[in-house]
Design a protein around this ligand. Sequence first.
Ligand SMILES: [Zn+2]
Length: 107
Amino acid sequence: MLAEQPGTRDLIAFVARYMTCSACHHAYGADDVAVDRYSAGFWILSATCPACGQSRTFTAFDRPPYTQMPDMGMTNLQPLNDADVGEWAAFLAHFDGDLIELLGTVD
Ligand SMILES: [Zn+2]
């Protein structure tokens, strides 16, 4: 099965985490990304926007950290800075909940 090819799950997770719909910039969920084909180390994936239905197909031939992935609305995440780290440190110093559950809510 295509989805069981080693690396496929990570690739789908990467798309869902970092790519957005080119039409409306809505995030993809893992269920919105499908593997159409795997061959000789590259994947052909299709992603369907859960918000507007726009579908696109792209080829991925990369491995983590996916530096060669096509630019299809990549979220431009800024590198963490000292202020981010300080903010998290302050938050975690007073956080007494379930960290696993907390991280599970991060999208
Ligand atoms: Zn969309």
